[in-house]
Write a protein that binds this ligand. Structure first.
Ligand code: ADP
Ligand code: ZN
Length: 214
């Protein structure tokens, strides 16, 4: 089963991707996570990528396209995968088609802009293990510290208000049109992302099927 999760930044794609990974035992391919990881050790890439990420714009297609192609060749993708954050525009979707990636389901987790702004401005991320918290809805046990590894919680550089607005604008203008792209292929589904995390997971599991083959 190859699944693509679509949705605005902060819709909960990352959290739900983890749930799907656990249940179906397929890897998550998160472009945002890969970029954040790779720029730590690759200076050349850092220069190409950081100016875009910091301001909430899309990293150029050639850069993310190469990263994606390499990742999909790894052995763990053989039995399926969850795509999170790729594609984000029509040209990226066309790249997937051109390299023969067969998506069975494209699921959008839908959340209003108003809710997104609330969620992202309160988001805190563990600098070490990546666990995500929220100052209102998912407080850590100890202020500013990760429940899992006790490291300091940080605000992601692109979670500043101006950048959030830019990311939303990019989502509406470039990523949302993919809805039509995948509707035309008959593989597009939507779930209400304002329901509880558990309800959203259950809706996703239902769509994907018990064994991942519905
Ligand atoms: P979010 O979905 O919350 O915006 P991500 O971690 O998925 O966060 O992405 C963070 C940033 O990484 C994006 O704003 C963009 O700059 C860059 N990025 C991630 N995926 C892509 C992609 N497919 N194409 C171009 N840029 C990307
Ligand atoms: Zn942690």
């Amino acid at each position: 089963m190859n699944v693509l999760l679509l949705g605005a930044p902060g819709a909960g794609k990352g959290t739900q991707a983890k749930e799907i990974k656990e249940k179906y035992n397929i890897p998550i391919i998160s472009m945002g996570d890969m970029l954040r990881e790779m720029i730590k050790t690759d200076k050349g890439l850092e220069e190409k990528v950081v100016p875009y990420m910091k301001t909430g714009r899309l990293v150029p297609d050639e850069v993310v396209g190469e990263i994606l192609k390499k990742r999909l060749q790894k052995k763990d993708c053989e039995n399926g995968f969850i795509l999170d954050g790729y594609p984000r525009n029509e040209d990226q979707a066309k790249l997937l088609d051109s390299i023969g990636v067969n998506l069975q389901k494209v699921i959008e987790i839908k959340v209003s802009d108003e809710e997104i702004l609330k969620r992202l401005s309160g988001r805190r991320v563990c600098g070490k293990c990546g666990e995500i918290f929220h100052v209102v809805s998912k407080k850590p046990k100890v202020d500013g510290k990760c429940d899992c590894c006790d490291s300091n919680l940080e605000i992601r550089k692109d979670d500043q208000e101006d950048t959030i607005k830019k990311r939303l604008e990019v989502f509406h203008s470039q990523t949302e049109p993919l809805e039509k792209y995948y509707k035309d292929k008959g593989i597009f589904f939507v779930v209400d992302g304002e329901k509880s995390l558990k309800e959203v997971s259950e809706m996703l599991f239902k769509l994907i099927g018990e064994k991942g083959n519905d």
